[in-house]
Design a protein around this ligand. Structure first.
Ligand code: HTL
Length: 650
């Protein structure tokens, strides 16, 4: 790595001659592949942004200027160039670098991020501050065509076009979100590439840039030419119509072009969008050919890259269930906000394409489209990750719950998610959903129970949230919807009787509870699969028969199962001790979930400690140490827990 070895800081990039930058980009690309092969991660997006990364660090000073990457998943190259190369193989792992940008990690990261579509609003805020303080640093937002489908991005653009701060917006258009990008704007972006003026521009820049770099010696006349292009009213251009100057599209893998345009835009007042066209996975054959699979990679052999097969997952179980429901009833619809693959819906979308809609990265829209469908007596299922449902909270309250509409929320990635880290943890949904009237919440412990919950939700109507964790689950035999098991909504299940203390757990933490309880006759285990409503009858019985209760959940203690049980016990006037184990009031970074459960006090060690504090020396089981670090331990196979690779991106 002739050049990269001498880059310790972005200032070292600026010291290189312009002619050396393509070689630096090649080396950087190889390093991104190497890092992802060892650690897994967002390979394809990072590969597509390599030339842009080099160009930005050549022209801007990321310690002073603000480079605001949207989502932050395309920044492996940025991290390597900004002093983190020695730790790049630790990305997404316990104690390692974050998979996205984080202000806590580096002064070169302008934003702590992971959710899409925030870069433009954040950049506007930064620009307002800069201009109020009379500072002169540059602000560059980098947003993908996928992230631009989010309402937040479009609303921020509307403001930017109104306020008109000096800033550069780079639209990194690879025609992909995680899957193919969707929406009218995407179609528009596709058409601008074939417009005549673009072809002219392309020709112009080819001429201008022939002979590699010397055109930049003649910057004056070219600046005039560029200015003419900038001033082109491009009146049918939607960005221009919103008050944002639009330039492009240009080839985002051509560093000369990138520098040429960025250098000019840098000097302009007001907001300018530079539309660059890139290829997701660029320069690494498998990723270029199959950017969906290689959007997020598990570890792989860089010489012979083969994507790892994935175990049957909760998401697959849901996708299969949704297909069976749609087979049984032609009013069933599934809505995804840009997560067709992650939510297990590829097969569903093929089989029931007429009742499948991907609304783009717009969770708010997903929820309210569900409301609209339900108002017309359809049966919508909004398939959404726990952490992304946060974006649709108001819509759940305002559009679904007030009307008590028949909308099922199929909530994936509930609990700690592993490598994606703090921004993606699914640990708040029970807390914020429990407060919403009409809304009922359940968490199955295996595929059969998932089906039973979906069936019950379907029969009962009203807004119902069913949540499950990330990772593997045992498949269940395929049977038609009518033959699915029945389940009373709100009923808990006694898995093991105990004479003294009962562990109330749900989802993957049931595996821990069962392992710790072993065959100790003093310790009971209840599958507390509904947190709203809870099983008040069973809880009353337990409150009378048990000496103490312990709740165990992969969710914040505040507002989750433990809170629901504490509230009910208070109402009953019960005074037995209750220990509540779960995520305390802290931010949980990326890492191995099983280790994190243990360190946060709700793994097997935490449950044993709680039992000891209640005077029960737990029977011998797997030692706490042997459980640590092994994700296969979650669920112990007994409660349908998860065992998938913890570090693979969503
Ligand atoms: N919803 C929200 C609010 N945030 C995120 N991050 C997602 C969903 C999931 N997600 C990603 S990356 C990504 C999605 C939908 C695609 C972004 O497409 P874009 O960039 O065109 O902006 P590209 O991947 O380079 O093509 C992650 O969670 C990492």
């Amino acid at each position: 790595m002739a050049l990269l070895d001498d880059i310790h800081d972005p200032r070292d990039v600026k010291r290189l001659g312009r002619g050396a930058l393509p070689q630096l980009a090649d080396e950087l690309r190889a390093e991104v592949v190497r890092a992802c092969s060892m650690a897994g991660g967002h390979l394809a997006s990072s590969l597509g942004a390599v030339e842009l990364t080099v160009a930005l660090h050549y022209l801007f000073d990321s310690s002073r200027d603000r480079i605001v990457w949207d989502v932050g998943h395309q920044t492996y190259g940025h991290k390597i160039l900004t002093g983190r190369r020695d730790r790049i193989a630790t990305i997404r792992k316990d104690g390692g670098l974050a998979g996205f940008t984080s202000t806590h990690e580096s002064e070169h990261d302008a934003l702590t991020v992971g959710h899409a579509s925030t870069s433009l609003a954040a950049s506007l805020g930064m620009a307002l501050s800069r201009d109020a303080r009379g500072d002169d640093y540059d602000i560059v937002a980098v947003i993908g065509d996928g992230a631009l489908t989010g309402g937040m991005a479009l609303a921020a653009l509307n403001q930017i076009g109104h306020v008109k701060p000096r800033m550069t917006i780079i639209l990194n258009d690879n025609e992909m979100s995680i899957s193919e990008n969707v929406g009218a704007l995407t179609h528009y972006l596709g058409t601008v590439q074939v417009q005549r003026w673009f072809q002219q521009a392309e020709k112009g820049s080819k001429e201008a840039l022939s002979g590699v770099w010397e055109p930049l010696a003649d910057i004056g006349s070219r600046a005039k030419k560029a200015a003419r292009r900038f001033l082109d009213p491009a009146s049918n251009n939607p960005f221009h119509a919103m008050g944002v100057r639009y330039v492009g599209p240009i080839d985002g893998h051509n560093i000369a072009q990138l520098l040429y345009y960025l250098e000019h835009i840098k000097r302009l007042d007001g907001p300018t969008m530079l539309h660059i066209v890139t290829r997701k996975g660029k320069g690494y054959e498998v990723a270029e050919n199959d950017p969906i699979t290689w959007h997020g990679a598990s570890t792989f052999d860089p010489e012979h890259p083969v994507a790892k097969g994935k175990a049957y997952s909760w998401s697959n179980a849901f996708g299969d269930a949704a297909s069976a429901m749609a087979d049984a009833d032609d009013r069933v619809w599934v809505i995804t906000p840009a997560m067709r693959e992650g939510s297990g819906l590829v097969d569903y979308s093929r089989r029931h394409g007429d009742r499948f809609i991907d609304v783009g990265i717009a969770e708010d829209v997903a929820v309210t489209v569900g409301a609209g469908l339900a108002l017309r007596h359809e049966k919508p299922i909004v398939a959404i990750y726990s952490s992304f449902l946060q974006r649709g909270f108001d819509q759940v309250v305002h559009d679904v719950s007030l009307e008590n509409l028949d909308v099922i929320f199929a909530i994936d990635r509930a609990g700690l998610v592993g490598g994606d880290g703090a921004t993606h943890q699914g640990i708040y949904d029970m807390s914020y959903l429990r407060a919403i009237p009409n809304l009922a919440i359940g968490m199955p412990r295996n595929t059969q129970e998932m089906r039973a919950m979906l069936k019950a939700a379907f029969a009962l109507g009203g807004p119902r949230a069913i949540r499950w964790p990330r990772g593997a689950v045992e498949p269940a035999e395929e049977v038609p919807f009518d033959a699915w098991p029945e389940l009373t909504w709100g009923s808990w299940e006694v898995l093991k009787e105990g004479s003294e203390v009962t562990l109330l757990a749900l989802g993957p933490t049931l595996g821990y509870a069962l392992d710790v309880a072993g065959d100790d006759p003093r310790v009971g285990v209840v599958n507390a699969r509904f947190v709203k409503p809870i099983d008040g009858d069973l809880l009353r019985v337990l409150a009378r028969s048990q000496r103490a209760l312990v709740t165990v959940e992969d969710h914040t203690v505040m507002g989750g199962l433990g809170s629901a049980v504490a509230e009910a016990l208070t109402e009953f006037g019960a005074s037995l001790p209750l220990r509540r184990l779960g995520v305390p009031d802290v931010t949980v970074p990326h890492g191995t979930p099983s280790k994190q459960h243990e360190s946060l006090g709700y793994g097997p060690g935490g449950i044993r400690a709680a039992l000891r504090s209640l005077g029960i020396e737990p029977a011998t089981g797997p030692s706490d140490a042997s459980v640590e670090g092994s994700d296969a331990a979650i669920g112990g196979g007994r409660a349908g827990g998860r065992s998938a690779v913890a570090n693979a991106p969503k």
